[in-house]
Write a protein that binds this ligand. Structure first.
Ligand code: SF4
Length: 213
């Protein structure tokens, strides 16, 4: 259940700063409604109601990916193995040099399939193939308290909550219980970098360390 909002205006008049006013005291008005109502009227009105509707196509593909999470999990495991086998090649050319072309491909492929935002620390394998960066609050460890009764997002009413979808997707996966792992906060300095190369270099380093010990 969402917490009561802090409003600057109530039906009875201005509220004291930081005073918590329950929605019932404002005739059901939320802060978002007040902001919308007081916004200046201009000639341009977007054709659809929400940003998510406006990108409906990628939204539909994203949901397809969640429905096929098991097949994608299988495919990704093989893809990661193949990428790891190519580690000597990446190392020979230089990870820094291959970054641009790999990132170019990664961004387009994952952008199309998952609506990827290139956070650089991919957790799709732990989140039922539902990218948590599509959550308007970008929560990485489960949903907020505002999920609607129909399973949609409180911020984007047309969009199914990415965490509801993550749970559904995870139930189809072999390693679906990874959804219970606690994720670290996003390291913003890794935005727009390749998660594929990062995971490969890390796996290669672990393999070399295991061999040396
Ligand atoms: S978790 Fe990050 S890298 Fe993975 S799909 Fe989402 S934004 Fe892209």
């Amino acid at each position: 259940m969402a917490e009561p909002k802090t409003l600057s205006t109530t039906a009875a008049g201005p509220a004291a700063p930081n005073e918590v006013v329950p929605p019932s005291a404002t005739g059901g008005l939320t802060q978002a409604t007040i902001v919308k109502k007081t916004a200046p009227k201009t000639a341009y009105k977007p054709a659809d109601v929400s940003p998510q509707r406006r990108v409906q196509r990628s939204f539909a593909v994203r949901l397809w990916s969640v429905r096929h999470s098991r097949a994608l999990e299988w495919f990704y495991a093989r893809f990661a193995d193949a990428f790891l086998k190519l580690h000597p090649l990446w190392k020979g050319i230089g990870y820094a040099r291959v970054e641009a072309p790999v990132k170019f491909v990664e961004k387009r492929v994952k952008g199309f399939m998952f609506d990827c935002r290139m956070c650089g620390q991919c957790v799709l394998s732990s989140t039922g193939m539902s990218c948590p960066m599509n959550c308007p609050k970008q929560l990485r460890n489960g949903p907020c308290g505002g999920v609607r009764a129909n399973g949609n997002c409180e911020v984007e009413p047309d969009m199914p909550c990415v965490w509801v979808k993550a749970w559904e997707g995870s139930r189809h996966m072999v390693h679906g219980d990874r959804i219970l792992d606690v994720q670290k906060p996003v390291d913003q300095s890794l935005r727009e970098t390749s998660a594929w190369l990062r995971v490969t270099a890390l796996a290669a380093a672990e393999k070399e360390a295991a061999k040396a010990s």
